[in-house]
Write a protein of this length. Structure first.
Length: 221
C-alpha cells in the first residue's frame, strides 16, 4: 500500500466524520432491533467475535445477532440455514445487523471502507498475496461488497481486497460508500445461491487465480 496523506490522516478523519454522526442517528434503529432480537431469541442481542484487524491483530467485532444458539443432540451447532431466524434474515438483508460496527470504526479497530474482517482461523489459509488484505484496516464495506458481496467466490473477493489495498484513496472510498448505499437499498448479493450465509473459506483453490492485474469494476448494479 502506497503511503499518502490520505492513508496517514485523511482516511481516519473521514471515518470519524461519518461514523460518529451515523452512530448517533442510527442509535434508535439499533436499540429497536436489539430489543427485537432479545424478544425473539433471548440472551444478548449482540454477537461479539474476535476477528483479525490491521496486520492480522485481533479485535472484538460487534454485530447484532441473527442466529439462534441451536445445537443438535450431540451439542453440535445446527447448520446456518436452520439457525438463521426470520428477523435475522431481515436484519442481514437491510444490513442493520452491521450498524454496531460503527463503534468499531469510532474506536479505531475498523475503517468505513476496507476488506471485510473474516475469521481468525482463516489467517493460516491465505496465500501470501491474499494475506495482503490485512495491510489496511478492515472495513464495514469494501470493494468486494459493491461488486457482488457474498455472491462472489472467495478468490474473487480476495482479488478485489488486494486491488483495494494497492489503490486506496479518497475518491475510491467515497465511490464505494455511495455504491454501498445503493446496494443496501437494492438488497443485492446478500448471500451466495443455495446458501443462507457465505460458505467457509478452506484455502486457495488450485483452479482459480487469487490475483489479477486488471482493474475491477466499482459500479452499483
Amino acid at each position: 500500500m502506497a503511503v499518502s496523506f490520505y492513508t496517514r490522516v485523511g482516511k481516519r478523519a473521514l471515518d470519524l466524520a461519518i461514523a460518529v454522526p451515523a452512530a448517533a442517528a442510527t442509535a434508535p434503529v439499533v436499540a429497536a432491533a436489539a430489543a427485537a432480537v432479545t424478544a425473539t431469541m433471548g440472551g444478548s442481542p449482540f454477537f461479539v467475535q474476535e476477528r483479525p484487524g490491521l496486520h492480522g491483530r485481533p479485535f472484538k467485532l460487534v454485530k447484532l445477532r441473527t442466529m439462534r444458539d441451536a445445537v443438535d443432540a450431540r451439542g453440535v451447532p445446527l447448520p446456518d440455514a436452520e439457525r438463521l431466524t426470520a428477523l435475522g434474515r431481515a436484519l442481514r438483508a437491510s444490513s442493520i445487523d452491521e450498524l454496531p460496527q460503527l463503534w468499531n470504526v469510532i474506536v479505531g479497530d475498523m475503517s468505513l471502507v476496507g476488506p471485510r474482517p473474516l475469521l481468525m482461523k482463516y489467517l493460516a489459509r491465505y496465500t501470501p498475496e491474499q494475506a495482503r488484505r490485512h495491510d489496511v484496516k478492515p472495513g464495514i464495506t469494501g470493494l468486494a461488497q459493491v461488486n457482488g458481496r457474498n455472491a462472489l467466490s472467495w478468490e474473487e473477493k480476495f482479488r478485489l481486497d488486494v486491488w483495494y489495498v494497492d489503490h486506496v484513496d479518497l475518491l475510491l472510498d467515497v465511490s464505494i460508500l455511495g455504491q454501498t448505499a445503493l446496494k443496501v437499498l437494492a438488497r443485492s448479493g446478500i448471500s451466495r445461491a443455495g446458501h443462507a450465509t457465505t460458505t467457509e473459506f478452506t484455502g486457495p483453490s488450485s483452479s482459480s487465480s487469487s490475483s489479477s492485474s486488471s482493474s475491477p469494476r466499482a459500479e452499483a448494479a
